[in-house]
Design a protein around this ligand. Structure first.
Ligand code: SF4
Length: 143
């Protein structure tokens, strides 16, 4: 039996940047707790840069407990699909792409300059908080 912890995370394209910017806020307590288990306990834990992630086209492991999820879709499907398209184009991601979290951060640093989120993430309710922009700036400063 394979160890499920070795299975790659499944991420839709825009969740790479959301994971970079995550600061414990989300759509519900269950959503936030699940995202914290993935982002804080895996990606930001020692060895997190080696965690493998596979790009998917529908709801993923971040979406699983979201109150806006309806099966494999979202109550804001058009907005979410547009986010995914822009983020996939920016990061060079296609469905089935497998990369590590460390590789994902290098792609973000190479392709997402400070200020780019205002266009990339247009329509996202979290954008105006500035947490994701701060994370992008920090990534560039540490690169
Ligand atoms: S602004 Fe929204 S879509 Fe963009 S990285 Fe942050 S949470 Fe994700």
């Amino acid at each position: 039996m394979p160890d499920m912890s070795d299975a790659p995370l499944r991420y839709r394209p825009h969740h790479f940047l959301c994971s970079l910017g995550f600061q414990g806020k989300g759509y519900s307590d269950a959503f936030t707790a699940n995202m914290a288990r993935i982002v804080e306990d895996r990606l930001r834990a020692p060895g997190g840069d080696d965690v493998e992630i596979e790009v998917v086209a529908a709801t993923d492991e971040i979406c699983a407990p979201c109150p806006k999820r309806r099966g494999t879709r979202c109550t804001s499907q058009d907005k979410i699909a547009a986010l995914d398209t822009r983020h996939a184009d920016a990061l060079g991601l296609t469905v089935g792409t497998r990369l590590t979290w460390g590789d994902a951060k290098r792609r973000i640093a190479a392709n997402v300059p400070p200020g780019a989120l205002s266009q990339l993430c247009a329509g996202c309710q979290w954008l105006e908080l500035g947490l994701c922009e701060a994370a992008v700036i920090e990534l560039h400063e540490s690169a």
